[in-house]
Design a protein. Structure first.
Lengths: 277, 217
C-alpha cells in the first residue's frame, strides 16, 4: 500500500533539484494516477517557479525540472546493462579472443580432467573454466583482464561478472574477498547459501548475477574474485571457512590465488582486481 | 539551424552518444515545451480541433519526457533522416503523442475543442499556435498561486516589496538592485536570503514546500 505522504518530500526534493532518478520515476508513476499528488506537484512547482520569477514565470519550466527529465530520459536511452556487456563482448577484438579461447578450451576438453582443484590465477580464458569482471561506468565498459596492471575499477562504478564453463560444471559460486578478508557474495547472494546453477550450459563469458554497485559494500584496495565451478554445490559456510583459514595464516589476498576449500571436485579460478577510490 | 546538420554529430546521435543526446535535449527543449504548453490545431476527418496545451506542470513535464523518450529510442534515432529539421521531427512526435493520448482519453478531452470553420494551424503542418492562445480557465491554478504570491508581497514593507519584485520578479542583476537600493553586495545577499526564507515559510504556512528546507540542508 502506497501512502501519498511519502511522495510529499519527493515533490519538494524535485523543486530543490535533489530528486534521485529512481525517485523521479516513482513519483511520476504515482502522480499519474493520483489526483491529490498531481495537484500538490502542480502547486509546489508553481510556487517554486514564482520564487524564480514571480507570476510571470508560472509557465516557465525550472532548470531543475528540465534537468530531472534529462536525467530520466538519458538513463532510459542507455541500453540495459546486460546488453552493454554483450555489445562489449561482441566487439571484433573480443570476438577473436573468444574464438581463440574456444579453440583452446576445445583442446583442453579433449584431455582427461584431473579430479583436483585447478586454479587459474590470471582468470584467463585459456582454461576450461574462467571468470571475467567488467567495470561499468557512465561512459564505458572495461574488461578487468590481467593485461591491465592491475585491472582497476572506480568505487563509483558497477561490476559485472561473467563466467566461462567449458568444463560443463553444473554450478558456480562467485565470491569476492578484499584485503581485510571481508567476503562479498556475488552468486549466490544471501539468503541463498549454495552455489547457483550455471546459467548458460557450456557457454563462454556468460553473465552471472546482477550488476554490483561497488560503492555499496566495497572499499578501495585489492579485491580477489573467486569462481568455484562444481557439480555438487559449494556452500557459503565452506567459503567462509576457507577465507578464515587464509586470514588465520595471514595470506595476503593479493597472493591468495587459491581458496583452501579442501575439495577435489571443484574447478576453481580467481582474478585480482583493484577497486580505486 | 538544425543541430544535427553536422554529419559527425548526426552519426553520434544515431549511435546514442550520451553527450550529443544531452546537447540535442537542451537545444530543443524550449521549443518543445512551448509547443506543448501553447497547444496546436489538428485535423481529424473533416473536422479541425484545437488542443489547448498542457496548462499544468505535471502534464507538461510528462509530455516532454515521453516525447524525448520516443525521439531518443534507437529506432527513432535511426529513422531520423538528418535532412529535414530535427525540430519538425521532434514536434511531430509530440503532436502524435498528444493525439494518441486524446484518443485513449489519457488527456482530459476538455483540453481539446473543435474549431468552427477554422484554419488548420494557419497552414503549418504542425498546427502551431500563437503564445497568447491560452484561455482564462486554463490559468485557474496559476491565478490561485499568483494570488498567494501577491498576498506574500503585500505583507512586505515597501522597501522589501520593491527589492523582492526587482530581484525575483524582474530578475534584475544583484549589483544593479543593490545600487538602486543603496546596499552593499553583502547587504543585498542578506536581504535576498531573508526574503527567500520568508517566502518559503509563507508557502509552508499554506501547506506547500513543507519539506523544502529539510531537503535543502
Amino acid at each position: 500500500m502506497t501512502s501519498c505522504a511519502q511522495f510529499h518530500p519527493m515533490i519538494d526534493s524535485l523543486v530543490a533539484g535533489r530528486l534521485a532518478r529512481d525517485e523521479w520515476r516513482t513519483l511520476h508513476e504515482h502522480a499519474a494516477g493520483c489526483g491529490a499528488c498531481r495537484d500538490r506537484y502542480n502547486r509546489t512547482v508553481l510556487a517554486a517557479r514564482m520564487l524564480a520569477g514571480g507570476p510571470a514565470a508560472a509557465r516557465r519550466q525550472l532548470p531543475v525540472e528540465a534537468a530531472g527529465i534529462a536525467r530520466f530520459v538519458m538513463a532510459s536511452t542507455r541500453p540495459p546493462l546486460g546488453e552493454r556487456v554483450r555489445r562489449f563482448l561482441l566487439r571484433p577484438r573480443f570476438t577473436f579472443a573468444v574464438a581463440a579461447a574456444a579453440a583452446a578450451a576445445f583442446v583442453l576438453m579433449l584431455r582427461p580432467r584431473p579430479p583436483a582443484e585447478r586454479w587459474n590465477a590470471r582468470g584467463g580464458a585459456e582454461r576450461a573454466v574462467a571468470v571475467r569482471a567488467f567495470c561499468l561506468t557512465e561512459d564505458a565498459v572495461t574488461a578487468l583482464d590481467p593485461a591491465a596492471q592491475p585491472p582497476r575499477c572506480p568505487a563509483t562504478a558497477q561490476l559485472k561478472l561473467a563466467a566461462t564453463n567449458r568444463a560443463r560444471r553444473a554450478r558456480v559460486f562467485l565470491v569476492g574477498v578484499d584485503s581485510a578478508y571481508r567476503v562479498k557474495w556475488y552468486a549466490p547472494r544471501p539468503p541463498e547459501t549454495a552455489s547457483v546453477p550455471f546459467p548458460g550450459g557450456g557457454a563462454s563469458d556468460e553473465p552471472v548475477g546482477g550488476a554490483i554497485q561497488i560503492g555499496v559494500n566495497h572499499r578501495p584496495g585489492p579485491l580477489r574474485i573467486y569462481g568455484l565451478f562444481s557439480d555438487k554445490p559449494v556452500s557459503a559456510d565452506e567459503v567462509r571457512a576457507a577465507v578464515s583459514d587464509l586470514e588465520r595464516r595471514r595470506v595476503a589476498i593479493d597472493g591468495a590465488e587459491r581458496l583452501p576449500l579442501g575439495r577435489t571436485d571443484v574447478d576453481a579460478v580467481s582474478l585480482l582486481v583493484e577497486i580505486a577510490p | 539551424m538544425s543541430l544535427l546538420l553536422d554529419r559527425g554529430r548526426l552519426a553520434a546521435f544515431r549511435a546514442g552518444n550520451a553527450r550529443v543526446l544531452e546537447q540535442v535535449y537542451y537545444a530543443y527543449l524550449p521549443e518543445l515545451t512551448g509547443y506543448l504548453d501553447r497547444g496546436f490545431t489538428f485535423r481529424s476527418g473533416a473536422q479541425i480541433f484545437r488542443f489547448r496545451g498542457f496548462a499544468e506542470p505535471f502534464d507538461l513535464n510528462n509530455a516532454v519526457q515521453e516525447t524525448f523518450l520516443r525521439a531518443f529510442q534507437e529506432s527513432a534515432r535511426a529513422a531520423y533522416d538528418g535532412i529535414s529539421p530535427f525540430r519538425v521531427y521532434l514536434l511531430t512526435i509530440a503532436r502524435n503523442l498528444v493525439i494518441d493520448q486524446l484518443r485513449k482519453r489519457e488527456v482530459a478531452t476538455v483540453r481539446m475543442v473543435e474549431v468552427e470553420g477554422g484554419e488548420d494551424g494557419a497552414g503549418s503542418v504542425l498546427g502551431e499556435l500563437e503564445p497568447d492562445s491560452g484561455t482564462a480557465e486554463d490559468d485557474l491554478l496559476i491565478q490561485e498561486m499568483a494570488g498567494l504570491y501577491q498576498e506574500f508581497v503585500a505583507g512586505l514593507d515597501e522597501r522589501e516589496a520593491t527589492f523582492f519584485r526587482a530581484r525575483f520578479e524582474r530578475e534584475l542583476s544583484g549589483l544593479g538592485v543593490a545600487r538602486e537600493h543603496g546596499l552593499t553586495r553583502m547587504q543585498m545577499r542578506t536581504l535576498e536570503n531573508k526574503l527567500r526564507d520568508r517566502f518559503l515559510k509563507f508557502m509552508q504556512s499554506k501547506g506547500y514546500l513543507e519539506h523544502y528546507e529539510r531537503s535543502k540542508t
